[in-house]
Design a protein around this ligand. Sequence first.
Ligand code: SF4
Length: 391
Amino acid sequence: MTSFPQFDQNSPAIVENTMMPLFGVELQQLEEIIKSFTLESYRPRQIWHALYKKRVSTLEEITSLPLSVRNRLTAAGYSIGLPKIAQTFKSSDGTERYLIACGDGETVETVWMPNGDDGEMGDGSDADSEEAAAQSATLSETLPYRRATICVSSQVGCAVNCHFCLTAKLGVRRNLTAGEIAGQVVAVLNRHQARIGRDRINLVFMGMGEPFLNYDNFMAAVHLLVEGVGIPESRMTVSTSGILPGIERFAMEKLRPKLALSLNAPNDTIREAMMPITRKWKIADLLAAMRAIPLRPRERVTFEYVLLGGVNDRREDARELATLLRGSDLQAKVNLIVWNPGPEIPYRMPTPEDVAAFQKQLIASGVPAFLRRPRGRDIYAACGQLKRTLE
Ligand code: SF4
């Protein structure tokens, strides 16, 4: 078995920060904070712009604010409070996994995948993908144009306990704040000096945690990332393990990412053996809730399907899955993910032949199915491998 070093709480890179973070607050909250400083009415918007558009890391960088004001904010205990990249692990395929330190000494993982993992491309669900590809070809001649996907965490650990997932081994430690969720993205964008508008950045909320069990903070982070940082919500995908009340709320949101359901089985019996949460919410109820989401033109809902050797990867599973999805009345597509092995997880990888046959069966049955490229396996950055591991 692969040796798998554990997170070390005494890592010197991770220190507690007792300052009050400004990153993560909305404009209205900022106006409240600034009130007590009796400043000009345009100052809150100026700070908001610096936080999210300019993505500053320190108050000193907000040079549009007089030094005296910056000093007063610092004296009152405020800092920018962006989460910090405490450690970086680089994969041979260009993927980078980060251990990101929150202010209280907790850590989460975030992953940068240059060129994505094909989960968000080539499927017709990304409304502007062809246009962007053409634009990319033109821009690449003049600019260092880049396309990347950032995988973002929503909780420290996770309570859902999917049996194939390493994060589940941590249990849940706490929810991340909106600032800590959006801050992961900004910390990584800053590291790569990415420019929104020039670089094509996709976000997948598929890191540690179940976003719909931290619903309010997750959605607040989405608003900061769309309205502040400027990443369109059509380039964001949130994955849920199937939290029914969360899907029902999500269906009513005006501004929302695309939705992916981590389905992983063609029926409740197989799913329950892999994902105990199925006992609480059945597949049929989840599909019914998903039907209430008004989809954008060309948008599809994604069904993620982690293939486990001998568990859910047989030809008849593919046939049953196709019947389920075709009967669901949803514009669906399937992202197939070859399970990534981890220590103490009692599953085996599917064979390449079984993976190919599964995909072929789905496509032959009229269900679009795409194979996600595994990214960063050598640094434990691939799907289901995030567990705050150190090299
Ligand atoms: S797969 Fe997602 S929802 Fe399930 S335990 Fe892992 S992090 Fe939680």
